[in-house]
Design a protein around this ligand. Structure first.
Ligand code: C2O
Ligand code: CU
Length: 487
């Protein structure tokens, strides 16, 4: 077995101004952090060696709300958006300004609020100096609009993506998916919420409006001037909630719905709420069949969880801290006032789609190949090849995939994200799935050396779709494959 520190040294040697992805460090519990070129496009991610622990006074800034995108036009059945992709600066750390990449100019990307049954057309204008593209993570999107890694928006060009929103309500997100550069682009800020509200779910009476609060979680590493440095697992990381380190958020003593997204490259959040009950109502693909009481919620990169927290259970004046096992306090909720609460938390949330029996079973093995000079991510023994179709899937069919983490020796954690389709976890090495696997998932964790079986029924779409590890530094170096859905 290769020594992790040794690998980190290799990463250090390989760092600097390379043009190809090179080995970065290895995280003991988070998998390899294979580093892309330190700054392949010269846009400001500096060498990780420069990472410092920024001075942050806990709970000294309010958590901002995600800004909502405004449609620039509406037709009878479609909302039209126009969003530039451009460099910008962010006020993340006190007194410092951080160069970032943005959707629309601000570090907090505009949140698109779509509605089931109503289309969205989003025109993205690429004002960066290099190609980018958009993938709607969790969307049942037509293949031509899915943001294939080779289907890019050239600098200066505009691309209109069409989303039909034929699926039930869910918390999705959109982000860059450009081949080899997705990890760095997402890390620098190219990620935003995309919520689908389903009018058919309104009768449930879940907390809504100002009491429905999306929270984007991630980590970041900084140099002394506040610039982002590419993640180094041995350097100090700063956890961010809606772009701020350890903010506070003032709440009323009533129920809230929080939609948590882990948008980090490779940081896994293991969250608890200070003994206050957390009730999970949704996961990646929308509502659960019924509420689930959770003591701890684990989110690997790309996963979402919708929770309801009832702050009327604690006295006004209380402070409740959302904490991560490894990184400590993430966010403090300050219960500052009473409020009327007409929202509800019904015992049945939705009817899950029928389980059909599978006609095909497949195995998907995630692994890494590490040499003295390079790291490659593999699926079923092969690195990603955009010219190769790995699986052919029949439209509308039901399949079972056994997803195996073949990196037991290295101790790398991976997850698997499928485009187009949501799945349900069947078992983990024969044992029942965990609470983190509940509901309809599109991203699922597989610990080193372990496996999980999932069942999925493909929607009525044709074409090529990706599946990959959502530790984006892993997919960037090859841990990605594609399926073609055929008639
Ligand atoms: Cu969120 Cu293929 O990614
Ligand atoms: Cu991985």
């Amino acid at each position: 077995m290769l020594n992790r520190r040794r690998l980190l040294t290799i990463g250090g040697l390989a760092g600097g101004a390379l043009v190809i992805p090179a080995v970065r460090g290895i995280t003991p519990d988070a998998g390899p952090a294979p580093r892309q070129a330190a700054a392949p496009h010269g846009h400001g991610v500096t060498n990780a060696a420069a990472a410092v622990k920024p001075a942050v006074t806990p709970f000294s800034v309010p958590m901002p709300l995600m800004p909502e995108a405004r449609p620039n036009a509406r037709s009878s059945d479609t909302d039209f958006y126009s969003i530039p992709i451009q460099p910008g600066t962010a006020d993340i750390l006190p007194g410092l300004s951080t160069p970032v990449l943005t959707y629309g100019g601000d570090f907090l990307a505009p949140m698109i609020r779509a509605r089931t049954g109503r289309g969205v057309r989003a025109a993205f204008r690429n004002q960066l100096e290099h190609p980018t593209n958009i993938h709607l993570h969790g969307g049942h999107t037509r293949a031509a609009h899915d943001g294939h890694p080779m289907d890019l928006i050239a600098p200066g060009a505009t691309r209109e993506y069409e989303y039909d929103n034929t699926q039930q309500g869910a918390s999705l997100w959109y982000h860059d998916h450009s081949h080899h550069t997705e990890a760095e682009h997402v890390y620098r800020g190219l990620a935003g919420f995309y919520l689908i509200d389903d009018p058919a779910e309104n009768y449930l009476g879940l907390p809504s409006g100002e009491f429905d609060v999306p929270i984007m979680l991630r980590d970041a590493q900084f140099d002394a001037k506040g610039g982002l440095v590419m993640i180094d697992p041995f350097a100090p990381s700063t956890l961010l909630a809606n772009g701020k380190p350890q903010p506070y958020f003032q709440v009323a003593a009533r129920k809230y719905r929080f939609r948590l997204l882990n948008a980090a490259l490779e940081y896994t959040f293991a969250l608890n709420l200070d003994g206050v009950t957390v009730t999970q109502v949704g996961s990646d693909g929308g509502l659960l069949s019924g509420p689930l009481t959770r003591e701890k919620v684990t989110l690997t990169p790309g996963e979402r969880v919708d929770i309801v927290v009832d702050f009327s259970r604690v006295p006004v004046g209380s402070q409740v801290v959302l904490s991560d096992d490894k990184g400590g306090a993430v966010l403090r909720f300050d219960v500052v006032r009473t409020a009327r609460d007409s929202s509800d938390l019904p015992p049945v949330l939705r009817q899950m789609p029928d389980t059909r029996s599978a006609t095909t079973e497949r195995e998907v093995v995630l692994s890494s190949q590490i040499s003295e000079t390079s790291a490659t991510g593999l699926i079923n023994g092969k690195p990603f090849d955009p010219e190769r179709v790995d699986f052919r899937v029949r439209r509308g069919s039901t399949e079972i995939w056994r997803i195996v983490n073949g990196d037991g020796d290295f101790g790398f954690l991976h997850n698997l994200h499928t485009h187009l389709v949501h799945f349900r976890a069947l078992d983990r090495d024969g044992a029942p799935p965990t609470a983190d696997d509940a509901g309809l998932k599109d991203t699922i964790a597989i610990p080193p050396g372990k496996s999980v079986r999932v069942r999925m029924t493909f929607p009525n779409r044709l074409g090529r779709y990706m599946f990959h590890c959502h530790f984006l530094a892993h997919s960037a170096i090859g841990m990605m494959a594609q399926m073609e859905v055929v008639a």
